[in-house]
Design a protein around this ligand. Sequence first.
Ligand code: ZN
Length: 214
Amino acid sequence: MTATSPAARPGSSAQPGPAPITRPADALAALVAGNRRFVSGRPEHGHDVAAAAATSGGQQPHAVVLGCIDSRVPLEAIFDQTFGSICVVRSGGEVVDRAVLGSISFAVSALGVPLIMVLGHARCGAVAATVDAVRSGERPDGDLGYLVDEITPAVQAVGPEDPDAAEKAMRVHVTRTVRRLRDMPGVAQAVAAGRVDVVGAVYDLDTGWVEQLP
Ligand SMILES: [Zn+2]
């Protein structure tokens, strides 16, 4: 166990903060509840400087969420999470590279997060670009091509000519990414021991709902 010791949560001097969330199921429940608050228009957390200062002494986040860079999917907001609650990693199409893997690894091994979530979303530009690239046979040059290469297997799996290829491929891509993270060194053992879970989910741009994938 390499998690940091339960850090003091100096949220208030009068009362101790809430107990840290250390079980995967509890962490998932916290995200689900936060998303419900967001959707219902009753978020608990503002992002004011007092909340930032309350966690300045240490952190024990309960999840690391890997999401897309899409500006419409701000992760702390859609899960109604506050300072110190979740680690966030974002890349185009939530594509994994070494920096992403290292960051998730750090969250699990050094910060002791019990939950890894991969979050895709509807109408993802990176997935749409990949569908276009596969259909046309024209792979983008440079680093954008890396994103396309990483999403291409999901597009191939659903069939690029499927009219709903982008939506279906996005879900397959999330599921494939979940499997990849599950097998990461350091994560696989923690998953086997029940200390960590890896889940996939999809965000609906219109409603704000996060749907967990099976
Ligand atoms: Zn996206």
